[in-house]
Design a protein around this ligand. Structure first.
Ligand code: FES
Length: 351
């Protein structure tokens, strides 16, 4: 058959081509075309072009430094809740947008500068690397070390001080972005949760009907949820505020109240406690009418509302904070101040 003309049997035992490549043979049927002739870049033969490349690289590294400064400045300049409109994305957080843009630009400029540096200024001599055993011999290790040293020398860092200095500056400044991100950990919980929207004279508003509550609205055996007067779902920070100020109200028989302070802080047996579990902050929602125990659905912490909101079961570490209430001259329930202690999870010592 004529196809046998190209079969392995017809290939020579060994044949090298003129450019250092290896032609296909019977033992090695894959041809190696070898390296193409080396072409000098314009920067290799024109020092002015090399200088231009150097300035581009230094400019990118400098832009990275400026972007890092912009990243840090964004933390100072933009409040967390500032919203801006950006076409075509829509409404976004000004802080997140500026942090993303500045950090992205800082990292991009370092990468782009390094690539441009490697493509235009570093040596571009192609060196074939032969396969070898995985375990390197001492000679190979020495060779690698020498290769690193050659690379460092050929990168021209010693001669191109502008590139070297701006690279060091850019690399040194980028980690600073990690430091300012610590601000996102937020204020100390003891400070943040210490104050809620409850204050002296604020009426208790039914969370469902949005109407002020009167004592007669609270029936024995019912669980009512309330929020402070003046808090509106239209408020931009409504979710943050209600997460701290959410209140649950039950009516007890005064003779069933075991805790003397709880009795003083109640009105005709009506007691008001924070709805936020003191374990990790789930909203409490289950009320057992006979025992007046409330149960957190997350990890089953159980609190006794007849005994100062004391923990009787589960992982919660603290009693539920109680809100001191009274009735105003119009007959509505109102707070006599804020909670006496921070609401919510007790990760820290309340003191
Ligand atoms: S959050 Fe309530 S028990 Fe864990």
């Amino acid at each position: 058959m004529s196809s046998q003309d190209n079969s392995e049997e017809n290939l020579p035992q060994q044949q090298d081509d003129a450019d250092g490549g290896v032609l296909a043979t019977r033992d090695n049927p894959f041809a190696n075309p070898g390296l193409p002739p080396h072409e000098h870049r314009v920067q290799d033969i024109d020092e002015r072009a090399a200088k231009r490349s150097e300035r581009v690289v230094a400019g990118l590294f400098t832009l990275s430094m400026l972007s890092t400064i912009g990243f840090i400045a964004s933390f100072v300049a933009f409040p967390v809740d500032k919203i801006v409109y950006v076409f075509p994305i829509g409404h976004v957080s000004a802080l997140n947008l500026s942090l993303g843009l500045t950090l992205g630009l800082a990292l991009f400029c370092i990468g782009a500068g390094a690539i441009h540096w490697a493509r235009t200024l570093m040596t571009d001599v192609e060196v074939p690397e032969e396969r070898h055993d995985i375990e390197a011999t001492p000679e190979v290790r020495e060779e690698v070390l020498a290769g690193f040293q050659d690379g460092a020398r050929e990168s021209d860092l010693g001669r191109r001080k502008l590139v070297r200095n701006t690279l060091i500056g850019a690399m040194a400044m980028v980690p600073l972005t990690g430091l300012v991100l610590l601000r996102d950990l937020g204020p100390m919980p003891g400070t943040m949760l210490r104050h809620t929207k409850w204050a002296k004279g604020k009426m208790l508003i039914n969370e469902n009907t949005h109407e002020p509550l009167r004592p007669e609205d609270i029936a024995v055996g019912s669980l009512t949820f309330a929020m402070p007067e003046g808090l509106s779902e239209e408020d931009h920070d409504f979710n943050n505020q209600i997460a701290k100020a959410a209140l649950m109200i039950v009516r007890l028989q005064p003779e069933n109240i075991k805790d003397k302070r709880e009795l003083d802080w109640s009105h005709e047996g009506i007691v008001a406690f924070s709805k936020i579990c003191t374990h990790v902050g789930c909203p409490i929602s289950l009320y057992e009418q006979q025992t007046h125990h409330v149960l957190c659905p997350c990890h089953q912490s159980t609190f006794d509302l007849t005994d100062g909101g004391r923990v009787i079961f589960g992982p919660a570490g603290h009693a539920l904070p109680q809100l001191r209430i009274t009735v105003n001259d119009k007959g509505y329930l109102e707070a006599m101040g804020d909670f006496a202690e921070p609401v919510g999870p007790a990760y820290w010592e309340r003191g």
